[in-house]
Structures are given as structure tokens and as C-alpha cells.
Write a protein that binds this ligand. Structure first.
Ligand SMILES: NC(=O)C1=CN([C@@H]2O[C@H](COP(=O)(O)OP(=O)(O)OC[C@H]3O[C@@H](n4cnc5c(N)ncnc54)[C@H](OP(=O)(O)O)[C@@H]3O)[C@@H](O)[C@H]2O)C=CC1
Ligand SMILES: O=C(O)C1=N[C@H](C(=O)O)C[C@H](O)C1
Length: 263
């Protein structure tokens, strides 16, 4: 049986990419494509699919096994309320949540399966394992800097991926990321504090998503880098993880949980 997948924010860059991915997938079927009620796509047919774009979340979720969301935090929280009612699993690729919003998501995950992934690419999630190892081996001696670059349309900064990279590094060093992270204070006149993790952000052109982590020792520098070549790497991981999530019990999951179950 094919997994019936709904796509939220279907008009977005990622929404459109995920629709293409689901449409081409042998084990998945597009069951709903949600847009805002005022969007010009509502009522139009989704290319290569026998359904129309809709703003009716409750009807679309009722006929879906899982929903994939790449939108904005407010839209994600609205979707979660509806998914909670219909008991539909939710894969969230949206970034930019504050701590209070994360707590709301965790709360709903007590009752339905929710996977929160600031980056759904298999490559980035493998990179996190490399960063954890590097941090364990070098973290205490190295000056660690995270540099991320994205397209000019991106709203949140630093990227969800850069934050997750910082959290992974800090955790491997037995620290809390919020205690080590430095962004704006770099513009103060001062030398670098020992142990801080610097974060730099570039927004330019149509850069898909690039993350570089530098471990600088006194006489040598180790750099671990991921560059997305296109959005396919995100949609591919999202759809595979959604097919897995549709069969899980209620809980709060990450891409690491999906990858561990798959291997
Ligand atoms: N986890 C991952 O691997 C990745 C995560 N992302 C994240 O995904 C999110 C979306 O990225 P992207 O597709 O590039 O962004 P876009 O700006 O292209 O799309 C955003 C979508 O969200 C919709 N939306 C925004 N606000 C609302 C609302 N209040 N109610 C309903 N719909 C709303 C927009 O609808 P409308 O067209 O009507 O404005 C649009 O469809 C971002 O948070 C980004 O960081 C992106 C790539 C990979
Ligand atoms: O907004 C984007 O485009 C991306 N956002 C994600 C993030 O914030 O980490 C992931 C990816 O790099 C693309």
C-alpha cells in the first residue's frame, strides 16, 4: 500500500519540490496539497496528480497517512493543531522556531508522531556525526567557527542547520550551545574568548544552503563542509523519513531516529 502524503505550504519552494518528489516515488501518493485560502493555486489541479490544491486542512489530513511541512513557524503551529485533531503524523522541515514554540511542538508530540528536522538531507545528517567526532577529538583545543550561507529570501538566521550543528558540537563536548554561541558580540572591540563558538551568516543571491565548520588549532585548521547542490537533497530525505514516520507511534523524532531505524 502506498503511503498517502499531504504537503503543507504547497506553493513554496520546498512545497513544490516535495510534491515533485512524492509524485515520482513508487511507494508514495500525494493525498493533499495545502495553500492559504487566498492563494491563486487553490482549486487548480496539482501537476501530474488527480487532486486540486486546497486550503481545507481538516479534509485533506483526514485522507492522509502523514503530512510534510516546510513553511513558517506560525503556519506550522496552525497545521499541528489540525493534525492533532485528525491524529495525522507531521514531518516538520520548517526552521526559525523559538523555545516556546519548540515546547508546543514537543507537547503535541506526546499524542501524535512528530519529526522535527532543521535539515532533512542525508548528507547534512551524516555531517552531524562527523562534527560530533571532531568535537570530541579537537573541541577543547580548537577555536570553532560555524559559517552558513543561504539565498536572499531566507527569513531566519542563523539557519536551523547551523544551530543544530552548534548543538551537536556542544553536546559532544559536554556543554550547552547557548552558553558558547557568539554572533553579534563579534562586532565589539575584543579578542576571541576561549571556548566560544562563533556563528557567521551570509545571505546572497540564490545560494541553496552551505554550512562550513572550522576547527582552528594553533598550527593547522580542520574544516568540515556541506554544500547543497539543489533542493532535491532535502525533499528526498523528507519523503523517505515521512514514509517511516507514518508507521511510528506518538513521539518526538529526529532524522537521527529515522536513519538509525533504517540502518
Ligand atoms: N529542513 C530542511 O531540510 C529545509 C528547511 N527549509 C525551511 O523550510 C521553510 C520554507 O522554506 P522555502 O520553501 O524555501 O520558503 P518559501 O518562502 O518558498 O515558502 C514558504 C511557504 O510557506 C507558506 N506560508 C507562510 N506563512 C504561512 C501562513 N501563515 N499560513 C500558511 N502558509 C504560509 C507560503 O505560502 P504563500 O505562498 O501563500 O506565501 C509558502 O508556501 C523555511 O523555514 C526554511 O528554512 C528549507 C529547505 C530545507
Ligand atoms: O531556508 C532554506 O533554504 C534552508 N533552510 C534550512 C535551515 O535553516 O537550516 C535548511 C537548508 O539549509 C535550506
Amino acid at each position: 500500500m502506498k503511503t498517502k502524503i499531504a504537503v503543507n505550504a504547497a506553493s513554496g519552494k520546498m512545497g513544490q519540490q516535495v510534491i515533485r518528489q512524492v509524485t515520482a516515488h513508487a511507494e508514495a501518493q500525494l493525498s493533499a496539497a495545502f495553500c492559504r485560502s487566498s492563494h491563486r493555486l487553490v482549486g487548480r489541479q496539482v501537476e501530474l496528480n488527480p487532486i486540486n490544491y486546497t486550503s481545507d486542512l481538516s479534509e485533506g489530513l483526514a485522507q492522509s497517512n502523514v503530512v510534510i511541512d516546510f513553511s513558517l513557524p506560525q503556519a506550522t503551529l496552525g497545521l499541528l493543531q489540525q493534525a492533532h485533531v485528525s491524529k495525522t503524523p507531521v514531518l516538520i522541515g520548517t526552521t526559525g522556531f523559538n523555545n516556546e514554540q519548540i515546547a508546543q511542538i514537543e507537547n503535541i508530540a506526546n499524542e501524535i508522531p512528530v519529526l522535527l528536522a532543521p535539515n532533512t538531507s542525508i548528507g547534512v545528517n551524516s555531517t552531524l556525526a562527523l562534527l560530533s567526532l571532531a568535537a570530541k577529538m579537537l573541541g577543547k583545543q580548537a577555536d570553532i567557527e560555524i559559517i552558513e550561507a543561504h539565498h536572499k529570501h531566507k527569513i531566519d538566521a542563523p539557519s536551523g542547520t547551523a544551530i543544530r550543528m552548534g548543538e551537536t558540537i556542544a553536546e559532544a563536548m559536554g556543554e550547552k550551545f547557548e552558553d558558547l554561541m557568539t554572533t553579534d558580540s563579534r562586532f565589539e572591540k575584543r579578542t576571541r574568548d576561549k571556548g566560544e563558538i562563533g556563528m557567521s551568516v551570509i545571505r546572497a543571491g540564490e545560494i541553496i544552503g552551505e554550512h562550513q565548520v572550522m576547527f582552528a588549532l594553533d598550527n593547522e585548521i580542520i574544516t568540515i563542509e556541506h554544500k547543497a547542490q539543489n533542493r532535491h537533497c532535502f525533499s528526498e530525505g523528507a519523503v523517505e523519513a515521512a514514509i517511516w514516520l507514518a508507521k511510528q507511534p506518538a513521539g518526538f523524532y529526529s532524522m537521527q531516529d529515522f536513519l538509525a531505524a533504517r540502518s
